[in-house]
Structure formats: structure tokens, C-alpha cells
Design a protein around this ligand. Structure first.
Ligand SMILES: C/C=C/C(=O)SCCNC(=O)CCNC(=O)[C@H](O)C(C)(C)COP(=O)(O)OP(=O)(O)OC[C@H]1O[C@@H](n2cnc3c(N)ncnc32)[C@H](O)[C@@H]1OP(=O)(O)O
Length: 259
């Protein structure tokens, strides 16, 4: 049983809550718990979406536990970074949809966690930033790339170099979050967004995600070839035949469980 994470199920969504008062900060144990949980959820064919949120209303997650940096031990920090890498790889590689439901502060490794998700929903009053340089640190769980990929180099520089912490509204304006909701509603909105994906064909969703994520590094010609190969790999499979048959038969498709 996890010490720092709780798990609940709502329909086809699993909701993971980071619960490590006062700031829901990450430590090696909670990161290993996240990796284990994602592996378990990946193998559970009844779950199609994972929502991550924070316990309480003040913190989604304030990042890595700063106590772990107080001794200046390179080995301890390397171990922590290995745990971040394992947890976030499990999150990023999950084949269903992932949604971060941000309540309160999402800073440092907290925002980096949200940036590994497909969508971010934030409550009014939430604050988002990568202010590690304020305490002599750097993002090292992907943030200097995932933030720049999402909002562009200019805003990424303002947030990393200037330590600017954004309101939910500003984060929405620059495309960092997909939805803003009233306090207390992030989890519900996240489950609703996740539900839209859960209604879609699982293999098609997984392939579409791969195509979108590989697109920035591909030329259009190479990408067109990948799209063609991806679509042809679906053709004739049970899922594709069911989807088209359901449409033509004017009924709701029934997706078989994923492998
Ligand atoms: C690879 C990844 C690297 C990283 O993620 S490095 C960490 C990056 N994150 C940060 O630098 C954020 C640090 N925290 C803050 O700047 C502030 O906090 C806030 C702006 C988030 C909130 O400020 P306020 O409302 O004044 O609350 P408060 O008294 O500072 O915090 C409440 C309690 O939460 C603890 N806390 C906050 N953040 C962390 C943290 N990241 N690691 C460990 N503890 C944290 C505090 O110490 C305090 O605790 P007590 O009530 O016992 O005094």
C-alpha cells in the first residue's frame, strides 16, 4: 500500500492523489510509488485514463522536497533524480490519457509532473512555476524542455530565468493549461476530459498520441509516412472494424479491452 499516494476509481478513470503534507512535495518513496502505480494501471484494462491531483486545496505539489538538498549530497540528489526519471517515464509512456488537476501551487517537480500529462486543468487561484533558480537549483525532471515545448522559449525563459510564478488565468492565456475551473472542480473537469478520450478507440488513441508527440522532430515527409503506416496498422483489426461497423449501424461502438 502506498504511503504518499492514494488511488480511487471513477468510471474508467483512476485518480491518483499526492498526499504528503504540508506541500505534497516529492521524495524518493513517493516517486517510486508513482512509478509502481502507473505500471499497475497500465496493466489494468478497465482503466483508460489517469488523473493526478494534490490533497488539500493549497498545494498540487511544491516540487521536490527541499530538505533533500540541504546536505548538498550529489549522491542523494542523483538518487532522487533517478526516482523522478522512473516515475515520469511511467507517466509519459502510459498509453491511456493522463490529466493533471491542479489545485493550489504546482511548482518545480510538481509542474514538471503536470507537464508530463496530456492535459492540465487548473483551478482559479492555482499558481504554476519552475522557480528552482530561486533556491540555486534547476528543473531536472524534463521541465526545461516540456515547458518550452508547450509554451515556447520566451515564456519558458521568463519562468525559469525570472522565477515568475503564473496565475491559472495567465497560464491559460499562454497555453500552459487547457482549462480553468472554479476552486474544487479541477478533479471533476479532469475526469470529464479524460472521459472524452475513454470513449474513443484505444489503439487509435495510442497511435494518435505517438504521432503528435513525434511530430516536432519529424519532417512533414517523414511524418506523412509514419501516419500512413500507423493508419494501415489499424486497418482490418477488430477495433477498426468495430468502429466503422458501429457508425454504419448507428450504434455505440464497444471497444475490446486493451492487451
Ligand atoms: C527536480 C526537481 C526539483 C524541484 O522541484 S526543487 C523545488 C522547487 N519548488 C520550490 O522551490 C517551491 C518552494 N516553496 C515555496 O516557494 C513556498 O513554500 C510556496 C511559494 C509554494 C508557498 O509559500 P507559503 O504560502 O508562504 O507557504 P510556506 O510556509 O513556504 O510553505 C508551507 C509549508 O510547506 C513547506 N514546503 C513548501 N514547499 C516545499 C518544498 N518544495 N519542500 C519541502 N517543504 C516545502 C514549507 O517549508 C512549509 O512547511 P512548514 O509549515 O513546516 O514550515
Amino acid at each position: 500500500m502506498a504511503k504518499y499516494l492514494t488511488l480511487e476509481h471513477l468510471g474508467q478513470s483512476a485518480i491518483i492523489t499526492i498526499n504528503n503534507p504540508p506541500a505534497n512535495a516529492w521524495n524518493i518513496t513517493s516517486l517510486r510509488e508513482l512509478a509502481d502505480l502507473m505500471t499497475t494501471l497500465q496493466a489494468d484494462s478497465t482503466v483508460r485514463a489517469v488523473v493526478i491531483t494534490g490533497a488539500g486545496d493549497a498545494f498540487f505539489c511544491a516540487g521536490a522536497d527541499l530538505n533533500l538538498f540541504s546536505k548538498g549530497s550529489k549522491q542523494e540528489v542523483a538518487d532522487l533524480l533517478d526516482a523522478f526519471a522512473g516515475a515520469f517515464a511511467a507517466l509519459r509512456n502510459y498509453t491511456g490519457v493522463t490529466v493533471a488537476a491542479i489545485n493550489g501551487y504546482a511548482l518545480g517537480g510538481g509542474l514538471e509532473c503536470a507537464l508530463m500529462c496530456d492535459y492540465i486543468v487548473a483551478e482559479r487561484g492555482a499558481k504554476l512555476g519552475l522557480p528552482e533558480a530561486r533556491v540555486g537549483l534547476l528543473p531536472a525532471a524534463g521541465g526545461s524542455k516540456t515547458l518550452a515545448d508547450k509554451v515556447g522559449l520566451s515564456w519558458a525563459k521568463r519562468m525559469l530565468l525570472g522565477g515568475e510564478i503564473l496565475t491559472a488565468e495567465k497560464a491559460y492565456d499562454i497555453g500552459l493549461v487547457e482549462e480553468i475551473v472554479d476552486p474544487g472542480f479541477a478533479k471533476i473537469m479532469a475526469v470529464s476530459l479524460a472521459g472524452k478520450v475513454a470513449n474513443q478507440a484505444p489503439q487509435a488513441v495510442a497511435r494518435a498520441r505517438q504521432l503528435i508527440e513525434s511530430s516536432p522532430c519529424a519532417t512533414l515527409e517523414a511524418h506523412l509516412q509514419q501516419e500512413r503506416a500507423a493508419l494501415l496498422s489499424l486497418i482490418g483489426e477488430a477495433e477498426q472494424l468495430e468502429g466503422v461497423s458501429a457508425f454504419l449501424g448507428k450504434r455505440t461502438p464497444s471497444w475490446a479491452d486493451e492487451d
